[in-house]
Write a protein that binds this ligand. Sequence first.
Ligand code: TLP
Length: 348
Amino acid sequence: MDTIDLRSDTVTWPTDEMRAAMAQAEVGDDVYGDDPTLNRLEAEAAEMLGKEAALFVTSGTMGNLTALLTHCQRGDEVILGKQAHIFRSEAANAASFGGIQLNTLELNPDGTLDLDQIEGAIREDDEHMPRTRLIALENTQGSLFGVPVSAGYTDRVGDFARARGLGLHIDGARIFNAAAALATPASDLVAAADSVSFCLSKGLCAPVGSLLLGDSDFIQEARRTRKALGGGLRQAGILAAAGLVALRRIPQRLHEDHVHACALAEGLVDVPWISVDPTQVYTNMVYLELSPEAPLTVEALAARLLDEYNVQIARNRYSPTTIRLVTHYWVTATDVEQVLRGFRQVLS
Ligand code: TLP
């Protein structure tokens, strides 16, 4: 990449191997179900995550929306964290396109929801009330330092949901980061879920795409929903070819990004005006606070880092003094040193 871009792992460029695979991809028309490369990607993803079937969608947002629209009817309710991406950062799509209401609960610092609070949020069968249909978890929980959520907890939520006739969806945009951090197969982290979405185009480096997974009936229905949303793609094998390289090559190297995130946090501890807690680095995200007394704003800091050190950072959308640094394939150990030099010199 041409800058050291820490704004997100969504910024990752495809690898050379992905570009070559895209150029050579066998293609068909996926709406007819005959794109061989896309079919292979969906089959391999389903097998990796231990689900019956998978559906390629354009983005994480589309994966979550397709899941919610498939699980829920208009007037249904989904219980999820107040800090969930689905609630905060998906442009109220469940409400605007599905008439679905989101009932949010405060997340614990470890990314979990209390089961007794979920219990309290489930609606009675009463004509005045929405119908509770679904619980949604996020793993890793991006807004809470990228903390991974354990298989044990997810299994408990799955049992709890099944016992009450509710579904469980996992926004697993970064499920392979969670798997790497917990040294647990991703399939174990989602075994309890009726549906899970994960992104190819974040830490896995593919240029486009996410997958939504579940049992065959669910995915057949989701395919209809995706078509209705305009997400029926044609020669999508071009994109799937990069996705296959992503799935086969990248999950096993994600721990390197986590090591780099820790190195960044540790190196920033002594930098003036910055507060950071290295014990709150769990995966590939480092959250920093810039003191309100600092001699420059986050925007001014970002401009100087870019001009003088070729480093890109961005302000957190929800706070003027919070910065999230995200490590990924294109951030090397040498880049980490360069970033630390930049922060030290601009802020000293
Ligand atoms: N997250 C992006 C931004 O929207 C903040 C990022 O840079 O982290 N679930 C989770 C947990 C996500 O973090 C994101 C994207 C999505 C879903 C949506 O994915 P896309 O951007 O592919 O629609």
